[in-house]
Ligand binder design. Structure first.
Ligand SMILES: Cc1ncc(COP(=O)(O)O)c(C=O)c1O
Length: 463
């Protein structure tokens, strides 16, 4: 019996209509190196979506695997309540330096151990992105209550946002597709409309959200006394459609939140760790616009092992300190919090970000992704709304007259199939084709990706 048949007999795949696999079987992977997946039938296909956006440094990076092996020889996992170890302390010091926008010399492999003071002062660790977001939500709510603001029990979020798959993170997300069946379990969250969407850093008003702000501010003002926090994906909204908005919105949100004693939660899970060209996407808005909580995951371990981290400030932390009897502690526990293997790999990933100057590579190579999609759009009238920043680019698949295809046409899905046949793993979001490769992808591979994307689109949609 073929492995794919045995698969369908037992395995329920994530985020899928399982019936699709009966006609287009899951790809059997036997290896992965750099930007390529090796399939059981000998084909090699390019991982253009960095395996759900996490393989920031490609597959099988020797430095990360070396750190994993070395740590496994010492200890693989020990409860993080009541214990500590050098690796986890070092990682927190380095993450704070990263979050505070320090140069690589201050968080790279040769950085002096110890805490560098700055905006962020404390790190809480968890084991996946959704849980990291829930931790930030819980901390924000509890911090507000413990500083006497017990009426601040709501969250506002951005239209088209996505924050994970647990019930609370679905509630603060706006992807009906993923959340609708579970609506009865969710708390209501107002979604801020009218975001300053832009095509990228070259757009004329990339750094100016003044036209859109008054309407957003009015929505916030109507809620201000009830809000514990506003949550957002900084600059890049991933699952909601690979949309980009002006970083100026973050500066304006920061000023508004300070004036109204509302916290800001930046979900950097997809946008952070170099994807937007900076270590945190929040950095695109400058040092004065940092949030009260930044949640990172995915690229944090180069996508080798699950880990997430919530960076927050000393001021928030102070609201949780007190005698045990005050019951002010943050009593959240996940079994694998601070897993030593994941932490060792995360430390190695930071070494690689610094030593291989990943951000410089993104600055050099990222524009090729956007130029590549632009070249496809030039001769295909149906490709609309090109946008891109850092190491990502996206474009919408439309009819020649710009109208949307019918949902049942499943154009994006057919482009995915056509691309696999041509040697690339693309996974359009609906009819949005996006390129979100490992940050380390080289120029020649990007050229191949662009050619495959063009051929795949042509195979599905007539020019
Ligand atoms: C912005 C954002 N937040 C949260 C998550 C959830 O992370 P995880 O899948 O690790 O739970 C994701 C995953 O894609 C994401 O893109």
């Amino acid at each position: 019996m073929a492995l794919t048949d045995r698969d369908l007999a037992v395995l329920w795949h994530p985020c899928a209509q399982m019936q699709d696999y009966q006609t287009f079987a899951p790809l059997e992977v036997v290896g992965a190196k750099g930007c390529e997946l090796e399939l059981a039938d000998g084909r090699r296909i390019i991982d253009v979506i960095a395996s759900w956006w996490c393989k920031a440094l490609g597959h099988g990076h020797p430095r990360l695997l070396g750190a994993l092996r070395e740590q496994a020889e010492r200890f693989e996992h020990v409860i993080l309540a009541n214990t500590t170890n050098a690796g986890v302390v070092r990682l927190c010091e380095r993450l704070l330096a990263v979050g505070n926008g320090a140069p690589a010399a201050e968080w790279g492999p040769d950085a002096v151990p110890g805490r560098l003071d700055g905006h962020f002062g404390k790190v809480f660790l968890a084991d996946n992105g959704s849980t990291g977001v829930e931790i930030a939500l819980k901390m924000a709510l509890q911090a507000q209550a413990q500083r006497g603001q017990t009426g601040r029990q709501r969250f506002a979020a951005l239209r088209n946002g996505y924050h994970g798959e647990t019930v609370a993170t679905l509630a603060v997300g706006d992807c009906g597709l993923y959340g609708e069946p579970y609506r009865p379990l969710m708390f209501p969250v107002p979604m801020l409309d009218g975001l300053p969407y832009r095509s990228g850093p070259d757009a004329p008003r990339w750094n100016d959200a003044s036209a859109e702000w008054p309407a957003i501010e009015a929505q916030l003002n109507a809620l201000s006394g009830e809000l514990a926090a506003v949550i957002y994906e900084p600059v890049l909204q991933g699952a909601g459609g690979m949309l980009l908005y002006s970083p100026d919105l973050l500066r304006r949100l920061r000023a508004w939140a300070d004036a109204h004693e509302v916290y800001l939660i930046a979900d950097e899970i997809a946008a952070g760790f170099g994807r937007c060209g900076t270590m945190l996407a929040s950095h695109l808005a400058g040092a004065d616009a940092l949030p009260d909580f930044a949640v990172v995951s995915k690229g944090l371990t180069g996508g080798v092992l699950p880990l997430s981290a919530v960076l927050t400030t000393d001021a928030i932390y102070a609201h949780f300190l007190g005698d045990y009897s005050s019951m002010r502690g943050f009593l959240h526990s996940n079994t694998y919090t601070g897993n030593a293997l994941a932490v060792a790999v995360a430390n190695a990933a930071l070494d690689v970000f610094a030593e291989e100057q990943i951000l410089d590579h993104v600055a050099r190579t990222g524009p090729q992704l956007q130029a590549g999609l632009a070249s496809l759009a030039k001769i295909r009238a149906g490709l609309r709304n090109l946008r891109g920043v850092g190491m990502m680019a996206a474009i919408d698949l439309r009819r020649e007259d710009g109208s949307a295809f019918a949902k049942e046409d499943r154009i994006g899905y057919h482009v995915y199939q056509a691309a696999v046949e041509r040697g690339a793993l693309l996974r359009p979001l609906g009819d949005t084709l996006y390129l979100f490769p490992p940050l380390t992808m080289d120029a020649a591979t990007i050229d191949r990706v662009i050619a495959i994307a063009g051929d795949s689109i042509d195979a599905v949609v007539r020019r």
